[in-house]
Structures are given as structure tokens and as C-alpha cells.
Design a protein around this ligand. Sequence first.
Ligand code: HEC
Ligand code: HEC
Length: 320
Amino acid sequence: MKTLLSLTLLIASPIFAQSPQAGKDLTWAYPVPDPSPGAAAAGTTPRQIPGSSRSYTQAQIDDQYNPPDWFPDEHAPLPNVVQKGIQAQACGSCHLMSGMGHPESATLAGLPVAYLLRQMDDFKHGLRKDPEIHEKSLRAARMNIIAAGLPDEEMRQAIEWFASLKPSVWYKVEEAQTVPKSWVNNGRMRLPLPSGGTEPLGNRIITLPQDPARVEARDPHSGFIAYVPPGSLKRGEDLVNGNTGKTVQCAICHGEGLKGLGDIPRLAGVHPIYIVRQLFDFQVGANTSSAAAQMKKVVEKLNEDDMIAIAAYAASLNPE
Ligand code: HEC
Ligand code: HEC
């Protein structure tokens, strides 16, 4: 009941009602499912991944209320909410048991407790929206619903657990003119088309699994490749270092190497399409917390190409 009420309030709030041309040319950063290009994998054969003695069927892997924990020795015991979820899907199904997450969700591993708790509180109270592109408008989604339904104690347990994880290198960033043709599956993950082929990248960032089969198994050791437009890395470096006059030096607040500072989050090695979503969301006012106000000025003059370049460069930095 409470969840429904807060969701109604969120949807009724101006940013969603006005459906800004938000995401107009950035739909690739807010992936929505495409029609499936082929038959889904059979769910009954047990699968394994390199280095793990466990096995799960695809149906178990895709169970958002009890997702796989391939490497239980690599983390502290799982809080119930991370493994099974409370009133909503398990955190581990979208953010993985490594906390590194997928491009369509977010990396949580090793971020400061104070930062993560603030985000949950902001999602809960609708100060930060997790926008989902829906019929050409934005609507409140996933994290707003999840945070609204979560008791404080379980929220704290989940956040402290994610904050305790060590981040790992999760991306290879490559400048490219052409990229494999791809589609977005029901879980909003972009995958290469089984029929192959290539297409121009244009002004986008396309993220694909380095090994689709392993990533579809929610393997927390198998990361992504980000194809970015030629010249993005240098341009991103110049923007981040404050050399362009368009924005300020990010390291002042996000720390050296963008590894985070105090309760300001790390950007190094973070999913680049997630970074683009955040920069854009700050710009259009999908995040109206007082902490987000510090970012409002930073993003004011950035255009889409700047956001792409910044995200490409930040994703290429070592988070470890
Ligand atoms: C159904 C998938 C899903 C589940 C389950 C889920 N999340 Fe998320 N989470 C997301 C998505 C998607 C985003 C990114 C939103 C955006 O792009 O702004 C996100 C973002 C976040 C963020 C913000 C990260 C940042 O860097 O600011 C936090 C914190 C978070 N989730 C915590 C949790 C916790 C704790 C749980 C379990 C109680 C959980 N999530 C369960 C999908 C999920
Ligand atoms: C004056 C301090 C300040 C500066 C300078 C700054 N940031 Fe931030 N940034 C913040 C704060 C504070 C947050 C967290 C906001 C919140 O809690 O909602 C943040 C959050 C972000 C996020 C969202 C991270 C996440 O996990 O969701 C991104 C992306 C980001 N900043 C990018 C940048 C970039 C790129 C630059 C440089 C061009 C920059 N910031 C410069 C203070 C700053």
C-alpha cells in the first residue's frame, strides 16, 4: 500500500508529467527490451562457470528472488535482502554478488556507506528518480519502488555489505567506428545479435559482455566492453581535468584518479552508460537532493558528446 502510494506521487511529480525530451537521443543509455531475435536458452540443464564448483540451471540464474552466488568465499555472508529480497527482488540479482552490477543497473562495490544510504533515502523519498524510458516519457521505476518498501534495518545491512566489497576492473573501453549489431533482452541487457553483422556506432556508447554466455549466467568475474566514439578518451580526459572551460575539475570532489573522496562516490571503472544517465539526470533535474545540487552546476554546459566523452574516460580508469 505504502509502496503504491509513493509510486503514484513519483509519477505525478512534474518531471514525469511533462515528459521532457529527456533521453531523446540518449535512449541507448536507458535500455528498454527489444523483441527477442531467437529462442530463449533452455532453462533446465545445469550450467557452470570457470573457477566455481557450483552449478545452476538458467531458470535458477534468472530467479530474481534467489539469484546465484557463484563464489561464496569472496564475500562476507549475504544479508537476506541481498540473496532473497524483501518485498522486492534480491539486490544481488541486479547488482550481482560482487556489487559490480550490469550496465543497466549500477556498481555499488566499495562505495561509501554514507553515500549509498543517502541514495536509498533519496530514492525512497523521490528526491532521486530512477528513470525508465517508457512510451517516450520518463517514469519512476525499480530503485524508487525497492527503496520505498525496504525496512531501515535491512537497508543498512545491504548497504554495509555492498560497501565492504572491493571493486574490480569491469570494463575494456575501445574507441570504434563500427560495432557488432545488438539487441536488448528482457532483463535490459544489451547483447550481440546472434545473426552477427556490424553497424556504425555514431554518437553512442554501446556496452556488450566480453563473454555473453558468462554474463548471462550472472558470472561476477566476467565484465564488459564499451565501444566509444573515436577521440572520446582524450576529450573526456580534458573535460575531467577542467581543461575545456566547460566544467570544473572533477577530482576536487571525486578524488585523485576519480576513486572517490569522503562520501563522494568513485567514478573510476563505473559503467559508462550509468555515468551518462546520471549526468543527464542531474541536468534535467531527476535528482533534486541537496547533495545533487553540487552536480547541477558541473553539468550545466555539458552536451551529449561531452557526457559520452566523460563517461568513456571515467570507465577506462582503474577502480582498484
Ligand atoms: C530490478 C533490479 C534492481 C534491484 C533488485 C536492485 N537494484 Fe539498485 N539499482 C538498479 C538500477 C537500474 C539502478 C540504477 C538507476 C539509475 O540508472 O539511475 C540502481 C541503483 C542503485 C543505487 C545507486 C548507486 C549509485 O552509485 O548512486 C543503490 C545505492 C542501489 N541501487 C541499491 C540497491 C539495494 C540496496 C538493493 C536491494 C535492496 C537494490 N539496489 C536492488 C536496479 C536494481
Ligand atoms: C563540488 C563537488 C563536485 C564536483 C566538482 C564534481 N562532483 Fe560529481 N558529485 C558530487 C556529489 C556531492 C555527488 C553525489 C550526489 C548525491 O549524493 O546525490 C556527485 C555525484 C556524481 C555522479 C553520480 C555518481 C553515482 O554513483 O551515481 C557522477 C556521474 C558525477 N558526480 C560526475 C562528475 C563529473 C564528471 C565531474 C567533473 C566534470 C564532477 N562530478 C564534479 C560532487 C561533485
